[in-house]
Design a protein around this ligand. Structure first.
Ligand SMILES: Cc1ncc(COP(=O)(O)O)c(C=O)c1O
Length: 380
């Protein structure tokens, strides 16, 4: 018997109630019955983004929503400012380049967080770059940026601030309207506690003004179709996933979004304290609450750590990505995760490191995690 724990930053564990919500009869999507569910669900999805703007759901993974943001906001040949400090910043750049957009790159060391000053400088140097693409939680490095402070710089200008919240949503506080963020993209398989398959986008009025007349070639992700048909989907929606979304929003509302953010903060804190207690080093210069990126100790290999964790202990964590694939491993604390999932993951890490020859005193990481939960007032 092997019990499985997903402690990777997506897909994340899915609660049984969400799975069961999807296990209902598929009804036809162009019926008043389904439209009523769709309208109610999309309406309630605004809560996740803390926005009064409409939320649109695509049948795609998160990257689809990223592509939608690019093609609906920028034209080939135009400039866009793109922050690249990891794999997902790189993805913004690659999508832009695929459409012939002239990328003004803010290139940082992986693990660094872009500062508001760096954004401001790029805006001054490139007054013709109307759109700025950022990654709130850079999953590949476990880094969070100060999105609120960045939005403070863009909000009263003609610039449009786009943020990738594919992993950040619900793990990092986001108040789209209050902060003045223009465009947010997200995916179902992370903080929303669903399987992969849905992506989301929501836009401010300022962003919509661009979308309406943007000339960039697009079809499936042309937001004008989604707006014209809202709440209906221009193409076949993922009917059963909408049922699931309805259930997951219900659960998130029951917990309360501030409590969801706080739970992630505490899980992140416990994980960071645990790995530090084991003598390990964090990779990120500004660690976030989606996943903890840990430097692989000298003499060990990321692949061996993740393989042993998964194959022997049933705990799936993530290795590194791209150019840092062998430099780090990542333990997530994202979505449907409780303190005991984290404690289990840390104990599996202790067994694994010990078996691979790294000096571990059993329980030191677990103790630090437990002490954090106690100190934060959630246990003991
Ligand atoms: C920050 C971020 N952006 C984008 C993506 C891409 O999402 P997807 O794999 O759902 O297309 C991911 C996936 O891990 C992510 O973490």
């Amino acid at each position: 018997m092997k019990k499985h724990y997903i402690m990777a930053p997506g897909p994340t564990p899915v609660p049984v109630d969400v799975l069961l919500a999807g296990a209902k009869e598929t009804i036809h999507h162009r019926t008043p019955q389904f439209l009523e569910i769709m309208e109610k669900t999309l309406d309630e999805a605004r809560y996740l983004f803390q926005t009064s703007n409409r939320v649109y759901a695509f049948v795609s993974s998160g990257t689809g929503a990223m592509e939608a943001a690019v093609t609906n906001l920028v034209n080939p040949g135009e400039k866009a400012i793109v922050v690249v400090a990891g794999k997902f910043g790189e993805r913004w750049k690659e999508i832009c380049e695929a459409y012939g957009i002239n990328v003004v790159e803010i290139a940082l060391e992986w693990g660094e967080a872009v500062t508001p000053e760096q954004i401001e400088k790029a805006m001054k140097e490139h007054p013709d770059a109307k759109v700025i693409f950022t990654t709130h939680s850079e999953t590949s490095t476990g880094t969070v940026i100060d999105l609120q402070a960045i939005a403070q710089i863009t909000r009263n200008t003609d610039r449009v601030l786009v943020t990738d919240e594919v992993s950040g949503l619900l793990a990092e506080p986001l108040k789209m309207d209050e902060w003045g963020v223009d465009v947010v993209v997200a995916g179902s398989q992370k903080g929303i506690m669903m399987p992969p398959g849905l992506a989301f986008i929501t836009l401010s009025k300022k962003a919509w003004e661009i979308v309406k007349n943007n000339k960039c070639p697009r079809y499936y992700f042309d937001l004008r179709y989604y707006e014209e048909n809202y709440p209906d989907n221009p193409w076949t929606p993922a009917v059963n996933m909408i049922y699931m979304l309805n259930q997951s929003i219900k659960m998130i509302k029951e917990e309360g979004i501030e409590n969801v953010w706080e739970r992630h903060r505490i899980l992140g804190e416990a994980t960071r304290n645990a790995v530090k207690a084991l003598g390990l080093e964090l990779f990120s210069k500004r660690p976030g609450n989606v996943c903890t990126a840990v430097k692989v100790p000298a003499g060990l290999e990321s692949k061996k750590i993740t393989k042993l964790m998964r194959d022997k202990y049933g705990v799936t964590i993530a290795g590194g990505q791209g150019k840092i694939s062998n430099t780090i491993f990542r333990i997530a604390h994202l979505g449907y995760v409780s303190l005991f999932d984290t404690i289990s993951a840390i104990s599996a890490l202790e067994f694994t490191l010990h078996e691979l020859g790294y000096p571990v005193k059993f329980g030191e990481g677990v103790r630090a995690a437990m002490e954090t939960f106690h100190k934060e007032g959630v246990a003991g």
